[in-house]
Design a protein around this ligand. Structure first.
Ligand code: HEM
Ligand SMILES: *[C@@H]1O[C@H](CO)[C@@H](O)[C@H](O)[C@H]1NC(C)=O
Ligand SMILES: *[C@@H]1O[C@H](CO)[C@@H](O)[C@H](O)[C@H]1NC(C)=O
Length: 323
């Protein structure tokens, strides 16, 4: 009987704390409910990056692919079921989304420490992205993550296909895509700096290294070995920032100045025409403080896109399925 009553009290408390009355994201959201949440997430991210440096990049990209598809609501994490087609099989995600097992590991660790599911999967993605950036880049790239997102009970493969920009986009297409999400030119240039870490598959840069003209010819030919022109090697990898592929820094921008951007879309940010985007690339290439300031501000802005708060949505028990 006693344990039954305890159960009821825990359940009643959980119900109370998971339905906050305010609907604004705040960095203190878990301070009272589960103060261990953020340190635990960081330690799991740290361990995952220690196992494989690239994982930091993969976790950062997950948050982006979550936010650009109907907002930062954890929808990217939902598996397909007979009733729900998830986003994982959409073109920008299939065969390239990574880090899903690390999110599962974080969710299990955090729910165990908090003794109940209070941390949303959408917040886990935002925190893991911030931790990845600061682990790979140092304290200059640390920022306070706003929290209190709740998880979606739906996903949209069509929205994932149409809302995530592909690597063959021109500058104006990239800008329109970002603007459709309430982001501006500076957000586009600063957030693209995420490509200072991680890797891309041959199929995403093949056309660039054989057909683009705005590319350093030696850089192009050095990639043609790993990425054959006509057949095979589609999933062969090249670093998005060859100089320091697992260091979060500004060398991605320096590469653009010498026409060594791996993706067509990356090089679109620096055309050498003296435009606004060119100027930001130049600034970031020589000023890590300016890049860090703008990147962090744009990450917070992206993390605020169409969030579910208050009593909308849910806190998932398992990031892969709705409750
Ligand atoms: C501006 C438009 C963008 C385009 C066209 C784009 C495109 C791509 C492509 C094609 C890949 C390689 C995927 C693969 O081959 O497996 C990639 C990787 C990556 N993207 Fe983007 N991206 C964009 C913006 C962003 C943003 C805003 C972020 C985060 C803030 C981001 C973070 C990453 C990271 C970290 C990787 C490496 C992932 C890994 O190694 O697992 N990207 N992106
Ligand atoms: C799918 O939806 C039906 C009807 O709403 C429900 O009975 C069934 O349990 C659902 N199946 C899954 C796998 O969620
Ligand atoms: C280069 O461009 C041509 C013409 O658009 C296209 O047919 C060809 O497939 C492209 N080559 C590569 C390797 O992408």
């Amino acid at each position: 009987m006693a344990s039954c009553l305890q159960y009821f009290i825990v359940f009643a408390m959980a119900t109370l704390v998971t339905i906050p009355s305010h609907a604004q994201l705040t960095p203190e959201f878990y301070d009272k409910v589960c103060p261990q949440a953020l340190p635990i997430i960081e330690s799991v991210v740290q361990r995952a990056i220690f196992r494989e440096r690239r994982m930091g990049a993969s976790l950062l990209r997950l948050h982006f692919h979550d936010c650009f598809v109907n907002g930062c609501d954890g929808s990217v994490l939902l598996d397909d079921t007979p009733n729900l087609t998830g986003e994982k099989s959409a073109l920008p995600n299939i065969g390239s989304l990574r880090g899903l097992e690390v999110i599962d590991e974080i969710k299990a660790a955090v729910d165990k420490a908090c003794k109940r599911p209070v941390v949303s999967c959408a917040d886990i993605l935002a925190i893991a992205a911030r931790d990845s950036v600061s682990i790979l880049g140092g304290s200059l790239y640390w920022y306070k993550v706003l929290l209190g997102r709740r998880d979606a009970t739906t996903a949209s493969k069509d929205a994932a296909n149409s809302n995530l920009p592909p690597p063959f986009f021109t500058f104006s297409q990239l800008l329109s895509s970002f603007q459709s999400h309430g982001l501006d030119l500076k957000d586009l240039v600063a957030l693209s700096g995420a490509h200072t870490i991680g890797f891309a598959q041959c199929s995403t840069f093949r056309n660039r290294i054989y057909n683009d003209t705005n590319i350093d010819p030696n850089f192009a030919s050095s990639l043609q070995g790993t990425c054959p022109r006509s057949s095979g090697g589609d999933s062969n990898l090249a670093a998005l920032d060859r100089a320091t592929p697992s260091r979060f820094d500004t060398s991605f921008y320096s590469a653009l100045l010498s026409k060594k951007g791996l993706l067509h879309s990356d090089q679109e940010l620096f055309k050498g025409d003296g435009g606004e985007s060119d100027n930001l690339v130049k600034l970031y290439s020589k000023n890590p403080f300016a890049f860090a300031r703008d990147f962090k501000a744009s990450m917070v802005k992206m993390g605020n896109m169409k969030t579910l708060t208050g009593s909308v949505g849910e806190i998932r028990n398992n990031c892969r399925r709705i409750n």
